[in-house]
Ligand binder design. Sequence first.
Ligand code: IDP
Ligand code: MG
Length: 152
Amino acid sequence: MQRTLVLIKPDALQRGLSGEIISRLERRGLKIVALKMMQVDEVLARRHYAVHNGKSFFDELVGFITSSPLIAMVFEGEGAVSAVRSTMGSTNCLESIPGTIRGDLGLDIEHNLVHGSDSEESAAKEVSLFFTEKELFSYPRDIDAWITSHRR
Ligand code: IDP
Ligand code: MG
């Protein structure tokens, strides 16, 4: 079953939108397997956003993600990576369609409320960057039989 990293970014936490965002992902059927509030330091921020190193917005992005606490989470489910990405909307909130988190709740390209891993490969890297094995929970949910037809 796929797992993917979600960050409720500092702007969402500051604006009191954490519950709304978690709720949308939970209601989609995704299962929370890890969750913690943390203040990301510059080292972690630079590693997490390493693919953007050298881009014009990189320093600003590191500054933003380290500016205030965030909530890091891991969601699990069939197709979790793309399910989270489509629920999030596109990077620029202004170009995100209504119905998505970014399209309903934001107006900016940087302050876009939420992060979701963009592939299974980056999900694996990002999950291990933010969480230890012990912090990741494996547990059955009876409701999963009503959400997904494929069983492990
Ligand atoms: P994603 O979060 O939709 O995957 P990425 O292209 O991976 O978008 O960019 C990472 C983050 O960097 C974005 O979520 C956003 O916060 C920020 N960002 C991306 N492009 C720009 C930009 O042109 N200006 C300022 N910030 C940006
Ligand atoms: Mg990305």
